[in-house]
Design a binder for this molecule. Structure first.
Ligand code: IPE
Ligand code: IPE
Ligand code: MG
Length: 243
């Protein structure tokens, strides 16, 4: 008999413990730069560069959904020079990398308010979404100008505008009004750089997620660190309120 993977074989058990949707709070670019005596923007450059290998690794591991937090609605409080620099880096990266992501069957989504961003960033993003919309590989959701509270308020406004009656509102319906409509539950949230908070990231969607915090700064978060996060996840017991 061939060594087929059956429902009870170790390989399939291992796969069952592999997350379907991972969301990452990519923090620590500033500290990475500071440690090296470099301007903060150099940290963001290194952070944006790290995206490529992280995305490629998750794609190789056949992750279905990867969601990355790159710029929050609160990040507008930063000095204008840093904001512009960071958003420009993001735009350049989208422009440069979309074709390669497309070739790999990756579907790109955006989470957040695109209309408050520069016309050129909107254009680059829309082009990436359009080009990759029919891809069936990993779904890569980029959260920039994203805020969890803003997302919920936006959903509430749309529910009201659609004239939905109070008794029709349930979790499933509401979920469909979020930026993340059609994305599955987040299984694992990873935050780099040691901070133990969500910072307004996917506050509805992470109600039952597992969390993994590491002190490693985002530009240093590599395959080895990803493996550690996945190993930690594989050892968790998820109960969802049951036994
Ligand atoms: C990148 O890290 C995350 C963004 C908000 C763009 P930071 O810029 O927050 O880096 P630290 O926290 O200052 O080290
Ligand atoms: C969270 O990081 C936002 C992103 C990673 C995009 P911050 O560095 O902005 O979070 P706080 O301010 O430390 O909570
Ligand atoms: Mg930070």
């Amino acid at each position: 008999m061939s060594a087929r993977v059956t429902a009870t074989s170790p390989a399939s058990k291992k796969n069952a413990r592999f997350p379907n949707h991972i969301a990452i709070i990519m923090d620590g670019n500033g500290r990475w730069a500071k440690k090296r005596g470099l301007p903060r923007l150099e940290g963001h450059r290194a952070g944006v560069e790290n995206l490529r290998s992280v995305i490629a690794y998750f794609n190789k591991l056949k992750l279905k959904y990867l969601t990355l937090y790159g710029f929050s609605t609160e990040n507008w409080k930063r000095p204008e020079e840093e904001i512009t620099g960071l958003l420009n880096l993001l735009e350049e990266e989208i422009d440069k990398e979309t074709l390669e992501l497309h070739k790999n069957g990756i579907k790109i989504r955006h989470l957040g308010r695109l209309d408050e961003l520069s016309p050129s960033l909107q254009q680059a993003t829309n082009k990436a979404l359009e080009l990759t919309k029919n891809n069936t590989g990993m779904t890569l959701s980029l959260a920039f100008n994203y805020g969890g509270r803003a997302e919920i308020l936006n959903a509430v406004r749309k529910v009201v505008a659609d004239g939905i009656r109070p008794e029709e509102i349930n979790e499933e319906l509401f979920t469909g009004y979020l930026y993340t409509a059609a994305l599955p539950e987040v299984d694992l949230v990873i935050r780099t750089a040691g901070e133990l908070r969500l910072s307004n990231f996917l506050i509805w969607q992470t109600a039952y997620s597992e969390y993994y915090f590491t002190k490693v700064l985002w530009p240093d978060f590599d395959e080895k660190e990803i493996d550690k996060a996945l190993l930690s996840y594989s050892q968790r017991q998820r109960r969802f309120g049951g036994l």
